[in-house]
Design a binder for this molecule. Structure first.
Ligand code: GDP
Length: 429
């Protein structure tokens, strides 16, 4: 594995987060255009349609919403993948298409990502600091993402124009929010840029003129993304038992009638292997593997890939299920204790349980302890966990349980908002 990995170009996947209208889709369209992943001809086509609808400025954003062949074959493609490459790195954008139900899809995307790009409109710092941005940052952290690149966006805007002082202010405020959420200062990078006209996304701005400060104060967004891509997966992780959560299921290809995509969390998989699908316990045979759009013989932990499967019925493959090695399948558990950070006050109550791409329901059956900031015991059997507190709670799952292990990251939601997130401490049958 080691030799094979060394030859591979590093790959990195990222999610894009931030408040609606701060320019996420436009910026991603710009990255795809300026790295050559989509052509100016494609953009012009969208521009014509967009102009007819009086929304010319949306042409770049529409690139992100087009129906790819994958989308058409997908049974439930809630996380679209867009690819672009540089000389150094193969990138995948994990995108929650359409913005409807953004958060559950973002959790699914973030659980497959190496890093997050946070887009903040420099002229809308106030909305950038609360609501959606805040929730997305908490979720990115809760899903285990360590590194975050902040695109301080709309550098071109003239109402009002902004410069270095605004950039520094955004940097201060966003750093405060990110470090309070648990990101380390050295894992945060800031890039002033404009998705709309492309300044400092792929192309650096000239060092003279009005925006000269940009060249001296930061890298381009692409350079910052390249710097964040690392390919250091521990050998032990690669040698561990296979574990890959299914992100999406595809049917109906001529040569590959049944395929699943996802990220290999641990272990490795080879063409010819048998795998077990949990929670159903059904086995399947791996007939083909694609990684970075190429057919390969094997893939290892941290890679995003598509597996072509046979010897299994389609109804046994669902998004959120976990592919495991036959020798050590992930156990299906009915309950677990999770150490959470509460975002809202919590009572024993029904919750939606999200584990990466898995959505299920359950109840918070017991509040076990509340903890102080150092993780020391505050109170046993509290009546309520207040917003902002840490606590251990027991969750009982409905629907026969889910494949879960100690250390897995869980997000609890209720009535469409995130109430808590944390790591599994113990599991129960
Ligand atoms: P999203 O909701 O975060 O994905 O935002 P969109 O990409 O859909 O953009 C929202 C609006 O902001 C659209 O009208 C865009 O044309 C506009 N916009 C996006 N990026 C920029 C930018 O860099 N500069 C300016 N001036 N407007 C932008």
């Amino acid at each position: 594995w080691k030799d094979g990995k060394a030859k591979r170009k590093p790959a990195a996947a990222f999610v894009v987060i931030g408040h609606v209208d701060h320019g996420k889709s436009t910026l991603m369209g710009r990255l795809l255009l300026d790295t050559g992943a989509v052509s100016q001809r494609d953009i012009d086509k969208y521009k014509k349609q967009a102009t007819e609808l009086g929304k010319a400025s949306f042409a770049l954003a529409w690139v992100m919403d087009t129906g790819s062949e994958e989308r058409e074959r997908g049974v439930t493609v809630d996380i679209a993948q867009h690819h672009f490459s540089t000389d150094k790195v193969d990138f995948t954008i994990l995108d929650a298409p359409g913005h409807r139900d953004f958060v559950p899809n973002m959790i699914g995307g973030a659980s497959m990502a190496d890093l997050a790009v946070l887009v903040v409109d420099a002229n809308q710092l106030e909305s950038g600091m609360k609501g959606q941005t805040r929730e997305h940052i908490l979720l990115a952290k809760a899903c285990g993402l360590k590194r975050i690149v902040v695109a301080v966006n709309k550098l071109d805007s003239s109402s009002p124009p902004w410069g270095e002082a605004t950039f520094e202010q955004v940097k201060d405020e966003v750093t405060k929010l990110l470090t309070a959420t648990g990101f380390a200062a050295e894992d945060i990078a800031f890039v002033p840029c404009s998705g709309l006209n492309g300044q400092n996304v792929v192309t650096p701005v000239p060092s003279n003129g009005k925006t000269g400060w940009v060249a001296s104060s930061s890298r381009t967004l692409l350079q910052e993304l390249e710097r964040s891509a690392s390919d250091n997966v521990a050998e032990a992780t690669i040698k561990a038992s296979l574990r890959m959560q299914i992100a999406d299921v595809f049917r109906g290809g001529i040569t590959n009638p049944l395929s699943v995509s996802g990220r290999i969390a641990t272990g490795n998989v080879q063409v010819g292997d048998s795998v077990i699908v949990q929670p159903s316990g059904e086995t399947a045979a791996v007939r083909g593997i694609e990684a970075s759009s190429d057919g390969v013989e094997w893939a290892v932990a941290s890679q995003l890939c598509t597996l072509h499967l046979t010897d299994i019925e389609p109804q046994h493959l669902r998004a959120g299920d976990v592919l495991c090695s036959t020798s050590k399948p992930v156990p299906v558990v009915k309950s677990f204790v999770v150490q959470i950070q509460a975002l809202e006050s919590i009572l024993p109550q029904g919750v939606d349980v999200h584990v990466g791409r898995l959505h299920t329901s359950g109840i918070i059956a017991a509040l076990i302890t509340t903890l102080d900031a150092q993780g020391e015991l505050l109170k046993k059997k509290p009546r309520v966990v207040k917003a902002g507190q840490s606590a251990n709670v027991k969750v009982v799952l409905s629907d026969g349980g889910a494949p879960l292990e100690v250390g897995d990251r869980v997000v609890l939601r209720a009535n469409g908002s995130t109430v808590a997130a944390g790591k599994v401490e113990r599991t129960g049958s």
